[in-house]
Design a protein around this ligand. Sequence first.
Ligand code: CA
Length: 527
Amino acid sequence: MFKKNAAIFLGVILLISSEAFSQATPLSKARPIPGKENWQAAIPLPGQEKAAAEKLAALQKKTGKKPNIVWFLIDDMGHGDPGFNGGGATIGAATPNMDRLAANGLKLTSTYSQPTCTPTRSAILTGRIPARTGLTRPILTGDKLTKNPWEDEISLPAVLSSAGYKSVLTGKWHIGELEGMRPFDVGFDEYYGYYGAEKEISQEFDKRRYPDLVLDSFKLDAYHKSGASKDLVYGKKGGKEQLIKATTSVEDMAEADQVLKDFSIKKIREFAKSGEPFFLEHSFMKVHTDVWASKKFEGKSASKYPYKDGVVEVDAIIGEIVSELEKNGLLENTFIFITSDNGPQMDAWPDAGFTPFRGTKGSAWEGGTRVPGVVYWKGMIKPRESAELFDLMDLYNTTAAIAGAIDKVPTDRPIDGINQVGFLLADNGQSARDRIHTWVERDLVAIRIHEFKMYFMITESDNPHLMIDQSTITKSGLAPWLFNLYIDPKESRVVGHALNAWTASISAEAKYHAASFVKFPPKNVGL
Ligand code: CA
């Protein structure tokens, strides 16, 4: 399957520019240089790497401790939802906490995720494109995997553990709930959360929206037999899973993010006492459809829609957790990253998020994969904004580097993330990445280099709000579709090979990228 697809897109490229291949050098301010054979090529920027290393060393000298790492991973929040990206109060859901962190940190306006939940969540914890790990699409109720995808992966918490870190995942997991695939089986020291996505859990209680499931005992019984977990559970590395609280109503789900917040705050207090360096991935259930805000946030957005109340709640929780870090004297020694795992799920409209770009969750379009990105580190990051490229997979290497564990990142397999410590920490640092590869399941669908994005396959829908439930994905015609994102950020009109000489350069990159999959074949776990 993969080989056939690879052959198709390579065939397309060869038709366009067979001569250009031999001379094509992807244009760059500085050309990315492959490091070890199987690493994603990075632009060498030794000056800023040295500056970042000096900053980290000075901080460690001052605190006597390794830095902590906190990721806030929001589910399905659109690029345009937070105020710092032009949304917020303007679209009926103010986000003062995130806006304050963005204004005092580094706002990354070109942050890229995978098109859906499981692929992004696995990619950031392995540094690898989902086709390499086999986690190519969301694991849904009833899916039976043929192989444990984690068996031969080296997760970020495992890397950090070897550097003395304790790792905690609070909240949504969505990367396998069978034994051997749970967070506390794959490297996290502790897990407290719900394995699945909000709707996967709440649908069996919501008789207004899913009467054909909730009120039909035959269907409900079949649903239960699928074995999907819906409860709040806890697990410790090497231990057994414990039930914390059964989920029995939509009201339970409405309070889920408050319960998760309490756990993260408890862990922060414990770590402050023990002095151990920690990695906390706080993974929200919100604002994945279907959204019910916590009782105390109902109607708290100007919009009054549940999704918007959910945005206000998520923002308040981020504020509370950051404030807890400050109260415990940890803020100056904690790297904080805020993002979303994919674009907004517009299939849920009108109770849905917002992106100014074309497409939605599930598609390779900018709307599906360009997400909010904020780095905050009090005293360590000069407040600024950058439109240079950051792939969420870069969090793998970057986090390992901040923890002093970059030498523990495996070198026996392709790692697609890049160490971006210099970009994030050096004053006016530049991205070591000038290209993004966007995959949808088992296909390389698009490549962005600088402001140009080229599509080998196209996701379309008669209804632009139904990019998941009513879309098709087809191979482009003779020429891949090429857009200039500076003059056409909504990707409305191709510049194509007729107007642009970059076609050959991006095509050459596709060939280089595909070659790693020939040498290291993609993994199939039955998704
Ligand atoms: Ca998601």
